[in-house]
Design a protein around this ligand. Structure first.
Ligand code: HEM
Length: 139
């Protein structure tokens, strides 16, 4: 990611984080709208899950210029996800839900440059999470 992309993501995450719980709630609404079969994988009450999601995103976004500091945490999160049973296709669906929710919350600010920066950020996160998961499943 370029320094400009990192700065853009930080600035935009700062905006959506002002309404963090609403952002996370809309994210899960969008996700389950895209694929209703994912809903039963999650607890009925999503309040704890919403907080965890925003916390992980904040943790990674603060470290985008030096991912070395968080990579072990991201790998561990990926390994946990093997147990949840998400597939590679599910990671794509989660990415679409994230970009859709960012667009809903940021409006016109979510332009082509923003979309490209967030897609790259999410792609890196999903890659590290799912690669580690696949490696552990094979071992
Ligand atoms: C980069 C993408 C993702 C991020 C950042 C993320 C983040 C998280 C976090 C932070 C947790 C809480 C873990 C804990 O309790 O310690 C979690 C749990 C979970 N995630 Fe993900 N996740 C991602 C992708 C996915 C995908 C693709 C699926 C598959 C549908 C998925 C399904 C779940 C499930 C089922 C739980 C457990 C819910 C529960 O029973 O408490 N996640 N995720």
């Amino acid at each position: 990611m370029t320094p400009d992309q990192i700065a853009l993501i930080r600035q935009q995450f700062g905006l959506v984080a002002r309404r963090a719980d609403a952002f996370a709630a809309d994210f899960y609404d969008n996700l389950f709208h895209l694929d209703g079969t994912l809903r039963p994988m999650f607890p009925a009450d999503l309040s704890a899950q919403r907080g965890k999601l925003v916390k992980v995103l904040a943790h990674v976004i603060l470290s985008l210029d030096d991912l070395g500091g968080v990579i072990d945490d991201v790998r561990a999160l990926g390994a946990k996800h093997v147990g949840y049973g998400g597939s590679a296709a599910d990671y794509q669906t989660v990415g679409i839900a994230l970009l859709t929710t960012l667009g809903d919350h940021l409006g016109d600010r979510f332009d082509d440059a923003s979309r490209a920066a967030w897609a790259r950020c999410y792609g890196t996160l999903a890659e590290v999470m799912s690669e580690d998961g696949a490696a552990r499943a094979a071992a």
